[in-house]
Design a protein around this ligand. Structure first.
Ligand code: SAH
Length: 271
């Protein structure tokens, strides 16, 4: 990701700035290859997930199973060798699908909230990959009764449309989840969140916000988790993992240096 400079969407963790309870082992940026980031390539989806696991990026069974259920090639225009490379790939409009290690890292942070019946919002859903994996995690288990929601919102109309097509192609189940409304992808401005189905058990944001959006805090359940990169582009962004307490306060669990494209300000408009 880093080699694409500021045009890339979600650039890997570049440095552990400060870790609240748990220090992350992810590191590496354009010029430096880290211990876990950037090297989890595969030749197919299964080997990509196996490598992420061997490198300690995938740790939870739920993350492993759901990443195995969603072939990343469905979301990447380029050839198969690129689809499973541990780097972002272009998806149009100057945006990219994030690298596999970043998706895996985000999913590990979301894992406690990915239970049957959960409602999860993916802001800046881009390619739709993460929304599809989140759906597999929520609905894919034997114990799922089909309730719950994986909702993605994306500011580019074309990307939202393209991502729905990609999700429908993942599996017959994914196509049905889209039809049944268990998966929803909408073009809208992430700063406003998606109030119609709030509150959510977890909210993931795939682009860096200049500050934590109030709407997303409001739309999170008590005991819910917000995973969000915050900061200006090129100036010390941090990935924050924030847990909402019963009294509504947000407690930071972790912070880690990252580089993402901005969560654009569009005044509620789509592009
Ligand atoms: N997880 C996605 C990340 C895509 S990059 C993936 O791997 O495919 C970040 C995405 O956020 C881009 O698609 C970009 O268009 C979108 N985005 C930027 N600003 C936004 C906003 N205000 N509202 C919704 N989406 C936004």
């Amino acid at each position: 990701m880093g080699s694409r400079g500021t045009t890339v969407a979600a650039v890997a963790a570049v440095l552990v700035l400060s870790a609240l309870p748990a220090r992350q082992a992810l590191s590496g940026n354009a010029g430096r290859r880290g211990a876990m980031a950037w090297r989890s390539h595969g030749t197919d989806n299964a080997s990509m997930v196996s490598t992420l696991k061997a490198n300690g990026v995938v740790r939870s069974p739920i993350v492993e199973t759901s990443m195995r259920a969603v072939d990343r090639a469905n979301f990447v225009d380029s050839d198969a060798s690129s689809a499973y490379a541990d780097s972002p790939q272009p998806i149009g409009h100057g945006q990219t699908i994030s690298a596999p290690h970043m998706h895996a890292h985000m999913l590990e942070k979301l894992a406690p909230c990915l239970f049957p019946g959960a409602k999860v919002l993916d802001v800046g859903s881009g390619s739709g990959y993460l929304s599809a994996v989140i759906a597999s995690a929520i609905f894919g288990s034997d114990t799922s009764d089909g309730t719950g929601l994986a909702a993605g919102i994306e500011v580019y109309n074309e990307l939202a449309t393209r991502s729905k097509r990609a999700i429908a192609n993942v599996s017959e189940q994914h196509r049905q989840w889209l039809e049944s409304g268990n998966i929803v992808i909408e073009a809208s401005d992430g700063w406003s969140g998606r109030p119609c189905d709030a509150p959510y058990d977890a909210i993931h944001v795939g682009a860096a916000a200049s500050k934590v959006p109030d709407a997303l805090v409001e739309q999170l359940k008590p005991n819910g988790r917000l995973v969000i990169p915050v900061g200006q582009q090129g100036a010390g962004q941090e990935l924050l993992v924030l847990d909402k307490q019963a009294d509504g306060t947000m407690v930071p669990r972790e912070r880690m240096g990252v580089m993402f494209v901005p969560l654009s300000h569009t005044n509620g408009k789509t592009l």
